[in-house]
Write a protein that binds this ligand. Structure first.
Ligand SMILES: C[S@@+](CC[C@H](N)C(=O)[O-])C[C@H]1O[C@@H](n2cnc3c(N)ncnc32)[C@H](O)[C@@H]1O
Length: 214
């Protein structure tokens, strides 16, 4: 179950269909059974349905903003799956939700939202994660200012032609912003189609002090 259910979703995305199994294979070892996960920018909800069906006892909280939120609500309405929560409205520009999560998952959002929002997303995520919690980002990244492939460079041009605030982010910038919120990059996993899975772990204040050598 998963593909069959989401095949008729509004705003169905082929890329999400293609990458969901590869991402699930990584989430299986990253997430503890029973993990409470917030997904930022759920889009159509395809990933939410797939992961709830393929990850052990996960509790998945989908979230998005307009223009996707309406479709996300309609797609998931009437789907009753243990562990799948009702979607919530979340624009990371006003990160107003509260709660406590073991992990935050966010696929293909960093290059869509404005780079100005990176500090806001990091601050919001850090507030929601328990110490040791994970921020898991899926998508393409640049390294030392360079695209990893020509196709990613072309994708970046295309993104900017639609919206000048979009664009593939520098991993160093994302990493630096994360670090200011005690989110430390612990894994950078190559994924199909020139994407990466970046995994950040929330340090405790004590970890952060001992890391800095004091
Ligand atoms: C390319 S879609 C990715 C959807 C889905 N995660 C996937 O991988 O198929 C980009 C998503 O980012 C969301 N997004 C963009 N800006 C956002 C913001 N400021 N706050 C929350 N979500 C945002 C969009 O609403 C959309 O759902």
């Amino acid at each position: 179950m998963g593909n069959e259910v989401s095949a008729n979703f509004e705003l169905f995305n082929n890329a999400a269909d293609n990458n969901q199994q590869f991402i699930a294979d990584e989430l299986k070892w990253l997430l503890v059974p029973g993990a409470r996960v917030l997904e930022i920018g759920s889009g159509s909800g395809q990933h939410a349905v797939y992961f709830v069906n393929h990850l052990k006892e996960v509790n998945w909280q989908p979230a998005d903003k307009e223009p996707y939120f309406g479709a996300l609500e309609r797609n998931l309405k009437g789907i009753s799956l243990s562990g799948l929560e009702k979607p919530i409205y979340l624009d990371v520009a006003q990160f107003v939700i509260t709660g406590s999560f073991d992990a935050v998952f966010c696929a293909n959002v960093m290059h869509i939202m404005s780079a100005d929002l990176i500090p806001s997303i990091m601050a919001g995520v850090a507030n929601l994660l328990d110490d040791g919690g994970l921020l898991i980002l899926y998508g393409p990244y640049k390294y030392k200012g360079d695209f990893t492939t020509e196709s990613n460079a072309k994708f970046d041009e295309w993104l900017k032609s639609r919206d000048v605030r979009s664009g593939i982010r520098d991993i160093e910038l994302v990493q630096a912003e994360a670090r200011t919120r005690l989110l430390e990059l612990i894994e950078d996993i190559p994924m199909p189609a020139n994407n990466r899975l970046l995994v950040f772990r929330k340090l405790s204040e004590n970890d952060a002090v001992s890391d800095s050598g004091f």
